[in-house]
Design a protein around this ligand. Sequence first.
Ligand SMILES: [Zn+2]
Length: 409
Amino acid sequence: MQNYAPPTAEHSTVQDLLYAPEIRRAFLFIDEAQEETTEELIRICEIPAPPFKEDARAQYVRRRFEELGLESARIDSEGNVIAERAGRSSHPRVILSAHLDTVFPEGTDVKVRREGRRLCAPGIADNTCGVVSLTAVARALDAADVRTEGRLYFVATVGEEGEGNLRGVRHLFTEGEFRTGADGFISLDGPGVERITHRALGSRRYRVSVSGPGGHSWGDFGIVNPVHALGRAIARFAAYPAPLAPRTAYNVGIIEGGSSVNSIPERASMTVDMRSVSSEEIDKLESYLRRVVELAVREENLQRATSGTSLSYEMEQVGDRPSGETPIEFPIVQAAIACSRALGIEPRLDCSSTDSNIPISMGLPAITIGAGGMSGNCHCLTEWYDPAGRELGLKRVLLLLVALAGVAG
Ligand SMILES: [Zn+2]
């Protein structure tokens, strides 16, 4: 990991950059390419990318990177797409990234419907609008013949959402191509132009499974019931007084189990998400969860003791996202603030759980920002995206990328 100060981290230098002829040309290209960018957005959105099955979308993005003249477009062993754009030298190495995956399972209808200006489809904002920005920015750099000092990497990651547990970005920075670090990592996630996520919201996820003998609801009445035990656990867990500061949250997101209304289930499980800006609060929440599950199973076993049956349970960790912070003083945060202000945007510093959690937790300079435009109902089937104002987001991304990589003078 190199320690370098980007030549354009200061406001005045970003202002200079803003008026450089090649940047003006790139901005003009972004404006003129709006329709094509929207068409590309729709094409990518309509290629399903369910959790752990991003391959079709990855192949498409790899091909597009190749067509756009990026170098060595490839898919790594985890499924991430990577392509490069040479600079005058090989450093600094700056990564522009967006996650390919959606939260929606296989078989979800991803056909894009238009409602006025709005484009409606699951995953269109989170994160197809981020993915399309990679190609939109690469095209604009090329069309305007922008030459950078450092080398740019365009990366589309797998496994950001849910049980993907950041597997794509984790691979990149642990065993993959950036295991030796990078000088800057910018993740594009969702719409908007104000957010600069420089703090990583940590989370921990568990699947809690309760098992028993199972039986007939009438014939075997009186034996232990895993669903009843889970119900007791959830009631207690949901009463946890999460602090407002440091902000902490929890959610039982999935409950599963049972086979019919007149069977006592053999098994039931729940998947729990716990988040906090403080890792100590996550630890507290986790030990509370362990206590309530143990208590709930014990209660159910006690109440049904005369039946001679008992439940057992196990807790499996299905997610662990480290927390951390890229300090505000770091050049990448300062450059993001300066680029936002140069474009008339007042940025909002933010804490969230994104691909940047991994590099941030390793002390690498990383942020996550929006790709422009507006959206609503993210992670719902009614998700929509409105590209109005997207050009401002793309310009901010391009300006920041060039500010960090430096202009080849
Ligand atoms: Zn996302």
